[in-house]
Design a protein around this ligand. Sequence first.
Ligand code: MG
Length: 269
Amino acid sequence: MIRLRILLPTALLCGFTAMQAQQKNHDLGYDNTPQIPGQTWRVHDDKRPHPPKVAPAAVVGQPPADAIVLFDGKDLSKWVGRTRTAVTEAQWKVENGVLEVVPGKGGIMTREKFGDIQLHVEWMEPADVTGTSQSRGNSGIELMTRYELQVLESYEGVTYADGQAGAIYGTWPPLVNACRKPGEWQSYDIVFEAPQFDGEKVLKPAYITVFHNGVLLHHRQAFIGRATHARVATYAPHAPEEPLSLQNHGSVVRYRNIWVRKLKGYDQQ
Ligand code: MG
């Protein structure tokens, strides 16, 4: 009896200490759990590196700490002009913190090149927008200067479905029409994966995920190539990184708060 009385609290104490030690250890993971299929890591692997910290902006939609700001309302220093035949100085108007398409002056293209990105763009149709179908407030977000996410006045304007605002031009209409009225600012939040080529062969198509004013338009939808009017889009191989361009289609569309985050490397964790 005496022996039991002495042993029991000791056993409890030992058990508690071991449990505590075990809990403490496992706060930071395990080294004896099974491997996650398709990964080099165990479940809750204690050696798995943590993702880098990124300070988000105080206001959602503003650039986080690791973003490359392409237009902050001040100037076009991150851009050059783009016509069918030449690269020029960017000739769009910057006024009151807003970037404005100048009809007849070509598109604009970033100096920097990008592959996989997260992209935020805000755009606005003119309050007094005129025209019909593809002539009504047409512009576009041209990923890698090729893969167009359509910008158009589609709150009231009507055109073919795969050419309305938010369409992957010539291929996929948006899942829904989330347009705001002309004269109101709208946002695109985009995740784009660059295509991969082996010579002429497409190893992986380009993919895009798009939120329009916070509403999902495309969920990792594939581009079947670079679209041209009234033809089936096709791929022509290009570099892994290319500039981003904004389209000049002759309509006075406005842009502001454009920023991008490079995603390369974040999928290796
Ligand atoms: Mg367009």
